[in-house]
Design a protein around this ligand. Structure first.
Ligand code: 5GP
Ligand code: ZN
Length: 112
């Protein structure tokens, strides 16, 4: 996946400040934040969308990585929102699976 920006981040070709990192995941701040705190948690392996992800170990690890990232960002007490945009109607723009983690203000529901 030579032209995938999140693969480049996962491989450290494009440097980011890691909020959280383990063997399978890395979390970093979104380039265009939609909230006072807006992080992305990505698997280091390339899955284009949520629907390409089949490995249950990575599925479980993703939620653990979101928990670890929320803790590192001190969002646990106030709360936060986690979003996965999937394909066109989901508003996905980067086709490497990622979990948005949004916090620092109240999140409206339903989303627009
Ligand atoms: P999507 O719309 O696909 O769910 O979200 C993609 C997100 O990735 C957007 O919030 C966008 O701001 C973020 N993004 C795109 N390119 C980069 C980048 O090169 N670095 C970082 N940190 N975030 C990016
Ligand atoms: Zn990728």
């Amino acid at each position: 996946m030579d032209d995938c920006i999140f693969c480049k981040i996962a491989k450290k070709i494009v440097p980011v400040t890691a909020i959280y990192e383990d063997e399978h995941f890395i979390a970093f701040h979104d380039l265009t934040p939609q909230a006072p705190v807006h992080a992305l948690v990505i698997p280091k392996a390339h899955f284009a969308t949520l629907m390409e992800l089949q490995e249950t170990e990575i599925m479980a690890g993703a939620l653990r990585a979101v928990q670890k990232t929320a803790t590192a960002l001190d969002l646990v007490e106030e709360g936060f929102r986690t979003v996965i945009n999937c394909r066109e109607n989901g508003g996905q723009t980067v086709y490497h699976l990622h979990f948005h983690l949004l916090g620092g203000r109240f999140m409206q529901w339903p989303p627009g």
